[in-house]
Write a protein that binds this ligand. Structure first.
Ligand SMILES: [Zn+2]
Length: 256
């Protein structure tokens, strides 16, 4: 039986796959391939979670309020439509909303979310994420984030995906973290045996990717000045990389 999808892209947050792989996803769907974008940390904040100053600051930057995640899911639906991909939103909360039994947040600052995974999340949450990933529909290829930038939710996604798919997992460089000089190399140098492929993008692929990124209206102010700046920065990034970069750790594995 042939797999249901040619490719599944695991996106820790609502936006990672579009920001990082939007061009290749558009190229695939234009050729008639079936692509699924799975966002893991797409759930609403837990009820009665309370608010921290850190959450308030992020919501203010995103210009979203109590229903922030619902609005971000709607943005993702619009972005997936532009890319021609199907979407699936799993029921895990973003790290900023996760807390221990006494309602103490695990992550309360930028330093926390780009640091190490909280000890209380290293086994139980990883197991639940792996269970969620294992229950996905069959796909010829599975892409996980490389963990450029070291966000804890990206680390958790990669660890869980490696439990389920081990040797056959493919990886993508995360934008915008990958545009920082040396950020990709900082991850790659931790292990040997990586091989990479650059997927060149047509003008149409790049245009669709930029439109999909602009669909994430709440996230733009964190990384861009305005919509024109998205196009400028994305084109500048593609000029350096030659397109979108995907990787594998098994030599000889097809990256196409
Ligand atoms: Zn992310």
């Amino acid at each position: 039986m042939s797999p249901q999808y040619q490719a599944i892209y695991l996106s820790p947050h609502l936006d990672d796959a579009a920001f990082s792989c939007g061009g290749q996803i558009h190229a695939r769907t234009q050729q008639g391939e079936h692509v699924l974008i799975v966002t893991l940390m797409a759930d609403d904040p837990p009820q009665n979670s309370g608010q921290s100053a850190y959450i308030d600051a992020l919501h203010e930057r995103w210009q979203l309020a109590a229903n922030a995640v619902a609005q971000r899911r709607a943005e993702d639906t619009a972005a997936c439509r532009i890319l021609g991909a199907e979407y699936l939103h799993l029921s895990f909360a973003d790290c900023i909303y996760r807390m221990d039994g006494e309602k103490r947040p695990f992550y309360q600052s930028d330093q926390d979310i780009f640091g190490t995974i909280h000890p209380q999340e290293q086994t139980e949450l990883v197991a639940r994420l792996a269970e969620g990933i294992a229950s996905l529909p069959p796909s010829k290829q599975i892409f996980a984030p490389l963990t450029v930038g070291n966000h804890v939710d990206h680390q958790l996604t990669r660890i869980a995906a490696e439990i389920v798919f081990s040797g056959r997992l493919l990886y993508y460089d995360e934008y915008p973290y990958a545009r920082k000089k040396g950020a990709v190399e900082a991850v790659i140098k931790q292990e040997s045996g990586w091989n990479a492929a650059t997927i060149p993008l047509t003008k149409a692929d790049t245009t669709a990717k930029i439109a999909a990124i602009c669909a994430f209206r709440s996230q733009l102010s964190s990384f861009f000045e305005n919509e024109a700046d998205v196009a400028k920065k994305m084109e500048a990034y593609h000029r350096i990389t030659g397109g979108e970069v995907v990787r594998s750790r098994s030599l000889g594995m097809s990256l196409k």
